[in-house]
Structure formats: C-alpha cells, structure tokens
Design a protein around this ligand. Sequence first.
Ligand SMILES: [Zn+2]
Length: 637
Amino acid sequence: MRRPARQRLYFAGMFASSSAFCRLAAVAGLLAAVPAAAQTKVKTKVKNASATAATPASASGGSLRYTLAMPAPQTHYFEVRMDLQGFGQEYTDLKMPVWAPGSYLVREFARHVERLKAQTAAGQPLAVEKLDKNTWRVHHAGQGTFRVDYGVYAYEISVRTSFIDADHGFALGSSIFMYPALAKNMASQVTVQPAAGWATVSTALRPAPGMQKFVYQSANYDELADSPIEVGNQKVLNFTANNTPHQMAMYGPYTLPSEPQFLADMKKITEEAQRVVGQNPLDHYLFIVHHLEAGGGGLEHLYSTTLGARPGTYGSEAGYKNFLRLVAHEYFHLWNVKRIRPVALGPFDYDHENYTHMLWVSEGQTEYMANQIAQRAGFYTAQQYYDQLATVLGGVENQPGNKFQPVAMSSFDAWIRAYRPDENSKNSEISYYDKGEMVGMVLDLMIVQATNGQKHIDDVFRLLYDKYYKGLKRGFTDQEYQDAVAEVAGRRFDDFFQTYVYGAKTLDYATALGYVGLALNSAPASPNGSLGANIANRNGHYVVTSVKRDGTAWNGGLNVNDEVLQLNGAAPTDESVKQALFATAPGAALKLQVKHGAITHELPLTLQPDPDRAYQIQPVASPTPDQQRLLAKWLGK
Ligand SMILES: [Zn+2]
C-alpha cells in the first residue's frame, strides 16, 4: 500500500521550514559512518505451501454462497448471508480476519460484526458459540446445510477498511466476509444486492457462470478477501494495456483536463510497469478510485487496487503526475508482493500478525520502481527523477531514527510501530518505504556496476517471479532474496545486506551514484539555529508537539505537551514562534517560560545549529563513456 501524504520533513507542522538548497561543491563520502546497530538474525521459515491447499473432506462436494446486501446504506451496515452446504461435521467454525493483507496492522475486524445468527435449511435456530475474538462456532449436528446471517458496521474511510453511506458502498472482503476455518480454500459465490437506486457493481471477482446480474465467483477465500467490491453509481472508464482490459471505477466528484489523454497516460504507465517483469499475470484489472476531500494512499489487491484521490487531484500537473506515480506503485504490487513475495506474506494467516523483514523489498522497492517507471514512461525528466530521489534521501538521513533502526526491523515491527506513530516515532524509527527505496536505488546501481551494464534490478524481479512464484509457487526467504541478487549480479552482497539492511549504517550513496556519473551534493538545510521542536498554535496556546533527538529542545529539557507561556519575556505569537524556530542565528540565547503539567519552568536555551542537510543529485561535469552507458541502463533506456 501507499500511505496518504507522506511527510518527509521533520518539521511539517504549522511552520514550514524554508530551507533553500545551497549549491556546494561535491562532497565525497560526506556521511560519517555510524556504529552498526545490533545485527538481526536472518531466520525465516519456509511455510509449506501445500499445508492449506487441501479442502477438508467435510466440505468437499459442498458449496459456499455469500449474499452481500445493503438495505439501509445511510446506517453504514452491510448485511451478509452465508449459505453453507455439505459441511458434514458436528460444528463449523467461522472466522473473521484480524487484518487486511497489504496493511500491516491488526485491526480486529470482528469488532464490527453484530447480530450473528445461524439456522437450518428449515429455519430452525442453531446454537452459536463465540470461541475467541474472531471465531464463531456454529453447532449444526448432522445438518450439512445451514445458513448464517450477520451485520457489519462499516464507516471508516480508508483504502484498507470497508465503508458504506448513502452515496456508495466499498466492501473489502477481509473485513466483511467470514470463512469456514477448515475450508479456506473452498471456492465460493457472491451475490451483491445493491442498495435502492444503485446500478453499478465494480469488482475484480469474475462473474459466475449463468449470466445472472451481480453474481460473482472466487476460487478461494484469499481471492474473495483480496477483491474489494465497489457499489453505487460510480462512473466506469475503460482502457486496454497490452491487450488486457482495464477498468476504472471512479467514485465521487473529479475533473479531468482531458479524459482521452488521462486514459492514454494510464495505458502508458501500466504498460511501462508490465515491461519490468515482462510477464503479465492478468486477464483483467480494476482500479477503484475514491475521490474524497481526505483522499490519498492506495492498497494493492490480486487483480485490482483501491486508490484515494482528492477531487482536484488532476487539476495541477504535480497532482496529476503524483496520481500516476501512485498508480505505478499499486500496479507494480501486482508483481512485487502479490506474486513476488516474502514467505510470510502468503498463504496468509488471517488470525495473527504475519512477520517479515522484507517490507523494504515489498514496499520500499515498489516505491523505488514506481518512480523508475514514471521516469521511464516519460512523465519525469532524468533530473526531476534525481530530485525526487534526493528528497527521499534527505528525509531518511535527516531523521534521527535512521541511525538506530535497521530497515529490516522497521519492516518486522510494522505491526507495532509503522501504523502506530507517536510523537517520538521519528526519533526511533525509519520508514521501510523511504529507506527501502534508498536501499533499492543503491542495490540497483551496484547490480548495474557489477554486471558492467548488462543487468539491473528488473532482472532480480524477473528471477524471483520465475523461480518462486511460477516455479516453486511460494514466497522467498531473506536468504533466498540475497541469493537471487547474487545470481543476477554475479557476485554476493552479503556484507551489504548485513551492514545496511540488517544494520543501520549509513548507505554509501556517493560511491553508488558515482558508478553512473552522478554526484551527491549536500549543504546545511539552513544557516540558522534550530530549536529542534515543533510548536503548534492550539486556540492561542502554543504547545510543543514533537522534540527532535539531540536538538536544542531535547538537550534543554523542553517536553512534548509543554505549553510555551513566554518567549524571551513576551507572550508568544505566530511570528515570534516562527522566528525562534527557524530564523535565529545559532548560538543565540532563547528564554522560554513553559508550563509542564501543573508546574511552570524557566528554560534558558542556547540555539544549536540546524543539523539537517539538503541534498542534490546531479550529473558530474564530464562523465566517462562507461558512466554514460551504465547511466542509460540504470534509467531503463
Ligand atoms: Zn505499497
């Protein structure tokens, strides 16, 4: 997935930093090495792919049908009916997932389930027992055919949760449909009954045989859970990419400068994405686009994706191209994570966290490839692409947590950290998106250099697709990923992975960029001092919302939630706070009076220099022919 409006700047609150980039001479090897953090052991078990492949005898020859109704959408309820046939045992356990694949947080979808009841085919009530937070046991002794009904409250707007109101419904299978615990691989049928006045259903599920309207089939629960259903009166656009039909279900208001141009651009970016692996696993694909004021982000699925966009997204060139980059990211997930995947990410355990060190590949390299694809498709010039990379690089290197948390652990702890940020997150964590993108860039450059321009990172994706997805039909371990890189590059990068992925040492960007004739320049982000804190104006109260590790505020004793009562002897104003945060010379004295809980403190501070640096990636003055040749390969020319 991609999260909405990722903030790359540390001080992204009410006072925007005005750090203009100062062009300096190239600084080689400018990043001091930091001690490598404790190395993470690489141990990933290979799950037995066949363990869940068998349908239990109890359900063989049986059938499973769902009906999804929404009789009162304004109340935010989906009504689900399950008709089960051929379940011959004493009881059947039904489960609701605790998480949605692609979004690594236990969300406890069972908490929105209510009014669950079961009955025989003749309408006799059956006993239902709740076994744990997400499991219901239906006692149907001897009755192989029975029915279960329940309601699901769905009123959280995001790409990873279900939602329904008077305007439209969005049903994400993992938070709507339960599955029989012992028959997860059973095929099923879904009948959608749209609310009154709604005429359109958009889903990547295939129509069931029989030509009945709004009746779909899925091969197993994974497919059902991973094929969201959009219901309403959305506009549907169509385009073809590499002879494969693609649909766009466009919910909500939006304005396109030119619909034909937009569809041509969608074709261009999806075809460019297909070129990376060179094999197309699709026979159809669906984009569900929600146009909402709070729009943003996306979540990948097996044959579809859900994207959020603001109604005005397409009005500016930057917004339009950012949308295409989001498209490239989610679309590339078709391969990377949906098919090319770490062992932990399928078959899914819907009951628990699915731990992996590899989200820096699944997410970080997806973001890396999305930007590559957008550049290769011609939506950005090479220099614009370098600028994007330099911005991400700066975000990573200016974040204190980057020096402590290896990106492999950022991935592993996604479940307890990435989706649960707090005021101290940036002091102790690094994003597996941004750092993963940077590792992907350096790794790609190293492969290009090691093979003298014969191979690049695309070849790693191709190898993983052929060997693990198509051949072994399973995910890869951490070690197998490193083996794949070695096979493509013709030499091993074990030290690289240990140092920069399982350790937190600063990547050697300058050397890697140098292979293709690019230089990394950096300069202080600001000539001024820095308080190292974010202060927000909350109804006239100036409250500290974050404190940056090792900065002036951190060292001087300013705390999150402290209220600034006086600044240099006067009541603070927007202007004086802005001045103190961003426009005072280093070494200057700053006198704060702050309220910390019930106690008032006087804090005399001396402003430290702003530690942040601004980065730029630029071609060297006279690249050698070899560098030019490797550059062309790296840019996918
Ligand atoms: Zn993603």
